[in-house]
Design a protein around this ligand. Structure first.
Ligand SMILES: C[S@@+](CC[C@H](N)C(=O)[O-])C[C@H]1O[C@@H](n2cnc3c(N)ncnc32)[C@H](O)[C@@H]1O
Length: 298
């Protein structure tokens, strides 16, 4: 008798628990059909948003203490975001995703470039506003585009410290080793911009032009194979840049924008000029910033 009770007890308990769960589900479903539904759902909704906000607050507090950046933030991408970025480049360039992964691995394992960025940052006049750690975020996608399409002439608008410029220059230097040389014209209105790109070997393929990007684009005297907007992120300026560069483009040129999470300018430009358009939205890992993206028209 004693043994039977011992054996039956867990079964009875499980059955009672199952019945209670079924009752609770039925009760929830019944309440969901009444005017009390919003009140009943409130604790669950509150817990959900609190969990999300606490995560952002933790990342914000950590960033305030550990980072020095005040704009143009750098961060790693989440693993999933990197996967999506490699597929994005693979689809646009019509090459196997494995090849794109190889390009991404190439820039990420370029220790010479990494050391240069670390040293130049440590000795820069504005080092108080830069992080020591090297993090490329979506720029690994820019690198892969250059490796995949081997442009002879890239134009990048907006240089800041020159992180994008040296990433693009690294891809061009690799292309040159494989017999496909190219140059990047990097445009910025700030005369102090581009300190990372003023050092060889990267400087050997970078032409730094100081001035307003619209005037500098107008003065370009070589066809552009790859254009990247990353300067004044206002809608009006972005549109002016794409309008200004259009007559300067080589046949089959690729247009990129860093502003795709804020405006639809490149998509509209693509539609007007008969190109295709795609957007990738990056997800930063362990950062409060929601991230930027890459818009591409081709
Ligand atoms: C977001 S940062 C560029 C980031 C850079 N591409 C990178 O990869 O880190 C924007 C830069 O655009 C420049 N800028 C703003 N307005 C401009 C304009 N009208 N013409 C050229 N550069 C401009 C700023 O001086 C700033 O350095």
């Amino acid at each position: 008798m004693h043994i039977l009770t011992k054996k039956l007890f867990p079964l009875t308990f499980a059955w009672t628990w199952y019945e209670a769960a079924v009752d609770a589900t039925q009760l929830r479903r019944a309440i969901a059909r009444t005017p009390l539904a919003p009140v009943a759902a409130f604790p669950k909704r509150l817990a959900r948003v609190a969990r999300h906000d606490a995560k952002v607050l933790r990342a914000s507090a950590r960033w305030l203490v550990t980072s020095r950046e005040h704009h143009n933030y750098t961060y790693e991408l989440t693993k999933l975001s990197r996967h999506h970025l490699t597929w994005f480049v693979s689809v646009v360039c019509d090459i196997p995703v494995k090849q794109v992964r190889g390009y991404v691995a190439e820039i990420e394992s370029d220790d010479v470039l990494r050391r240069h960025i670390e040293q130049a940052t440590a000795t820069a006049a504005r080092r108080g506003l830069a992080d020591k750690k090297v993090r490329y975020a979506r720029r690994v996608g820019w690198y892969a585009f250059v490796r995949a399409t081997r442009p002879g002439h890239i134009v990048e608008t907006g240089v800041d410290k020159g992180l994008g410029s040296v990433v693009l220059a690294s891809a061009l230097l690799r292309n040159a080793q494989e017999g496909h040389p190219g140059r990047v014209t990097s445009l910025d209105i700030n005369p102090e911009a581009g300190y990372l790109a003023r050092v060889a070997p990267w400087s050997e393929v970078v032409d730094l032009v100081i001035g307003d990007s619209i005037a500098s684009i107008g003065a370009l005297d070589r066809p552009v194979d790859l254009f990247l907007h990353d300067s004044d992120h206002s809608r009006a300026h972005e549109k002016r840049e794409f309008d200004a560069v259009e007559p300067k483009l080589a046949p089959g040129a690729i247009l990129l924008t860093d502003n795709v999470t804020s405006t639809n300018v490149l998509a509209e430009h693509a539609e007007r000029t008969g190109r295709r358009f795609l957007a990738y939205r990056e997800s930063p890992a362990n950062h409060w910033y929601p991230g930027d993206g890459i818009g591409v028209a081709w």
